[in-house]
Design a protein around this ligand. Structure first.
Ligand SMILES: [Zn+2]
Length: 342
């Protein structure tokens, strides 16, 4: 199912969130005349037309528009608007208003019915969300390092989700008075920190599902799930090629000459790698069976190191003096092959 929760369907139809059912219909007709594939030959408009149709499908249906509004928080905005309007009307027509009250029609329930009638074209009782509504799924993007993707990881993620208001229990009213905590929406948007386990081997484009951590269902509706859209960040020195780990290892010019021993991280810890004396930049070293293990563990890739001679950001004057000494000492023609090559 398409996740409508992330879209502004009202914007798609070019109407305000408090548009009446009649206004929505006429806005839709207007857009259809403009974007219908039979009328418009523009290919981009095909997608637009599809979006318009989907938006109209949701917003023209009483149940689905209300569900969408509740989840988007538009419902509370509407109640607020209508409430202000009602108070103003009441001020002007105090007499009529008092008569209504005497007819045992409480302010809040008549308010609620008025909203339902105005915005959704349907009259309701004063507890309009008795039907169950499933919570929407939540999608968030999560970046992980290549080593986290290799070994799996535990992450804390912040999500904004909706859940039934704890004060009124999602019923919107307490003793016929609009619940002050949720402003009569029955729902609250809350920040929540949750621990998620990212399994081994996820890749860019993988989706990790965390059950029941989406928006909470209403009146016994199912809770939505949380989906983490994974991006594995590019590492400056490591890359994976099948089961092999490719590593660019920076060494200093004197390490290149004298040789050294370097600790290199591998999936299950680190491995000590000997760089032999007189190693040039670009030279490759293969450390067998220190790569990635395959699932059945019967096979393990290699660690393939490419040496990169790197200069420090800064050299002291005495270091530069030593390099000058080296320069004067050396008689070797390093570009002999370069000029002789044919
Ligand atoms: Zn409440």
């Amino acid at each position: 199912m398409v996740n409508y929760y992330n879209r502004d369907l009202y914007k798609t139809l070019n109407v305000n969130i408090d548009a009446t059912a009649e206004e929505i219909k006429s806005a839709y007709r207007k857009l259809v005349r403009k974007y219908h594939p039979d009328v418009s030959k523009n290919v981009d408009n095909e997608l637009k037309f599809k979006e318009i149709q989907e938006a109209y499908e949701i917003l023209s249906d009483y149940e689905s528009r209300k569900k969408y509004d509740v989840l988007k928080g538009f419902y509370s905005e509407k109640i607020k608007k209508k409430y202000e309007q009602k108070v103003n009307e009441a001020k002007e027509k105090t007499d009529t208003y008092i008569k209504k009250e005497q007819k045992n029609e409480t302010f809040s329930s008549s308010l609620n019915q008025a909203i339902d009638k105005l915005f959704y074209g349907k009259k309701l009782d004063n507890n309009p969300v008795r039907h169950s509504v499933n919570g929407e799924d939540i999608n968030i993007d999560l970046k992980i390092s290549c080593f986290e993707s290799l070994n799996g990881t535990n992450r804390k993620v912040n999500i904004l989700h909706t859940e039934p208001c704890p004060k009124c229990g999602g019923r919107k009213f307490i003793n016929d008075t609009q619940c002050p905590m949720c402003n009569g929406t029955g729902m609250l948007s809350l920040q929540k920190k949750i621990n998620v386990k990212i399994p081994k081997g996820v890749k860019t484009g993988s989706k990790v599902r965390v059950r029941k951590e989406g928006n909470k269902g209403i009146n016994g509706g199912k809770d939505g799930d949380l989906y983490l859209n994974i991006t594995v960040e590019k590492h400056p020195y490591f890359e994976f090629d099948g089961l092999n780990i490719l590593c660019v290892l920076p060494i200093t010019p004197f390490e290149a000459v004298l040789g050294t021993e370097v600790s290199v991280p591998v999936p299950d810890g680190s491995v000590s790698v000997k760089i032999p004396p007189m190693t040039s930049s670009g030279q490759k070293l293969k450390i067998a069976a220190q790569g990635i293990e395959n699932k059945t563990k019967s096979k393990r890739g290699d660690l393939i190191i490419t040496v990169q001679i790197k200069l420090p950001d800064k050299l002291s004057q005495s270091e530069i003096d030593l390099y000058n000494n080296l320069k004067n000492l050396s008689a070797y023609d390093i570009r002999k092959d370069f000029y002789n090559a044919k």
